[in-house]
Design a protein around this ligand. Structure first.
Ligand code: GLU
Length: 486
């Protein structure tokens, strides 16, 4: 098995391209075949070197390594021309001197006159000139296109996804294979390249399905072995329309920047248009390689479900040991904090923090957003939390915080000891423990929703916890004073 991924470098590696690459890669790995990377850079105007870079980086980020290439389609232009000339000599193609404008006009008026299929129009116009005259004009160097002579009949293939598929050749226009400027067109270049690279299976997006009969006819005319074809369905946005920029980020690496892990992205992409036939949703790469098959690729488009991606990512995140996440969480947190300098946590505190945040985060970014709370020099208080937790009854809260300060200051710094001290303090004050935990949580973090309060105390450590309490108490007392004055 020899498969290829053949992106055009006219943009980043988008979700659809990444999935096509993944399906090809999985098949090659499953069957011990070769995965070839070919950059289809023949569209000079839209191809950019930075897009080539972005595609290579996107593939590497996903962990999809290629065995051959990257080949560049532009390097094969000589062979593409030779193949076109060979088709011409064998009578499978013809020279066309009709000016494009004239063909367009003829097509328009034929459509207006309702004269059915216009597929044979280019041929009838081109053949107004005798074969001898065409050769003479070509010899004089007069510019002209070369068109493939589509034979009569039907073109059929057994699509790996859609099953038996066929097109009536009568509907297929004689396609230009070499433009008048001597450049090859997509269909010729792809067939020439796939044949020369001995590609055995062509797996690509559904949007290419109407090119396939043309390509099969080219293979046959060139007496080359026709590969197997499989067309994977479109990826749709939540509105059921083809996934596009309108739906948000479509470049795979942008998901990396959002805190999605490449393993989760691969798992997600595999399930986008392929079904394992069981309820299993989490797959290691090895499991995917074993389980993947073209027969289970769905025929209909599948919707890109961001919630599912985040859920999967959360599953992967929770399986990674905290120690392995510390560095990226801290880096992401620092980036999120921008100019605000953050405190360096001890390794122990950082691991405890990551462990506590894991079940509360679906992406690295979500985790980093919460990590900032522990890494700030001083808490940044959420206004809403202040109003709700402290300022409804500032006098009582000030009293409670003072009580907390005292017992916590005297407590041994373990979760058990801290819990024991706080719970007996609550009992002594005749209030529920939550009435202590909530104001304390706000004092320590500035937020009303955080990991468990004892985790918070242990992550911050004795010194920083006491320091935050010492700053919080006067704030609440000042509020109590203002309220009683008014
Ligand atoms: N270069 C084409 C594209 O980006 C793919 C061609 C193919 O897979 O045959 O859509």
């Amino acid at each position: 098995m020899r498969v290829r991924f053949a992106p055009s470098p006219t943009g980043y590696l988008h979700v659809g391209g990444a999935r096509t690459a993944l399906f090809n890669w999985l098949l090659a790995r499953k069957h011990g075949g070769a995965f070839i990377l070919r950059i289809e850079d023949t569209d000079r105007e839209r191809s950019r070197p930075e897009h080539v870079e972005a595609i290579l980086e996107g593939l590497s980020w996903l962990g999809l390594d290629w065995d051959e290439g990257p080949h560049f389609q532009g390097e094969g232009v000589g062979r593409h021309r030779d193949d076109a000339m060979a088709l011409l000599e064998a009578g499978h193609a013809y020279r066309d001197f009709t000016p494009p404008g004239e063909l367009d006009e003829a097509r328009q008026s034929a459509i207006k006159a309702g004269s059915g299929s216009v597929a044979r129009l280019p041929r009838s116009l081109a053949h107004r000139i005798s074969a001898r005259e065409r050769e003479e004009r070509a010899a004089r160097g007069e510019p002209h296109a070369i068109r493939f002579l589509v034979p009569d009949g039907r073109t059929e293939w057994e699509d790996m996804v859609h099953g038996p598929t066929s097109f009536d050749n009568g509907e297929i226009e004689d396609l230009v294979i070499l433009r008048s400027d001597g450049t090859p067109t997509y269909n010729l270049a792809v067939v020439s390249d796939d044949a020369s690279m001995a590609v055995s299976h062509v797996i690509r997006g559904d949007d290419h399905i109407s090119n396939t009969p043309k390509q099969i006819l080219l293979y046959e005319a060139m007496s080359k072995a026709v590969p197997l074809f499989g067309h994977v369905p479109l990826i749709l946005g939540p509105d059921g329309k083809r996934l596009s920029k309108r739906h948000g980020a479509t470049a795979v690496e942008a998901y990396g920047a959002e805190g999605i892990l490449p393993e989760a992205m691969v798992n997600f992409l595999a399930l986008l248009g392929w079904s394992p036939g069981t309820d299993q949703e989490l797959f290691t790469l090895d499991e995917l390689m074993q389980a993947f098959s073209m027969e289970r690729v769905l025929k209909k488009g599948s919707v890109f479900d961001t919630d599912k991606l985040h859920w999967l990512n959360g599953q992967y995140l929770s399986r990674i040991p905290a120690a392995d996440l510390v560095e990226s969480v801290e880096r992401t947190a620092r980036a999120a904090a921008g100019d605000r300098p953050l405190v360096d946590l001890s390794q122990e505190a950082a691991e405890r923090m990551v462990e506590a945040l894991k079940p509360r985060s679906r992406t690295l970014s979500e985790m980093a957003d919460q990590a900032v709370v522990f890494m700030e020099r001083d808490p940044i208080y959420e206004e809403q939390a202040l109003q709700k937790v402290w300022y409804k009854d500032p006098e009582a809260v000030a009293e409670r915080l003072q009580g907390i300060r005292q017992v916590v200051g005297e407590s041994e710094w373990t979760a058990e000891a801290l819990e024991g001290s706080l719970r007996s303090a609550a009992e002594a004050m005749g209030i529920g423990a939550g009435k202590l935990f909530q104001p304390l949580r706000l004092a320590l973090t500035g937020r009303s929703a955080t990991p468990g309060i004892f985790d918070v105390l242990l992550i911050l450590g004795r010194e920083r916890s006491m320091d935050r309490l010492d700053k919080a108490i006067p704030m609440v007392m000042e509020r109590a004073r203002v309220v009683s004055d008014s």
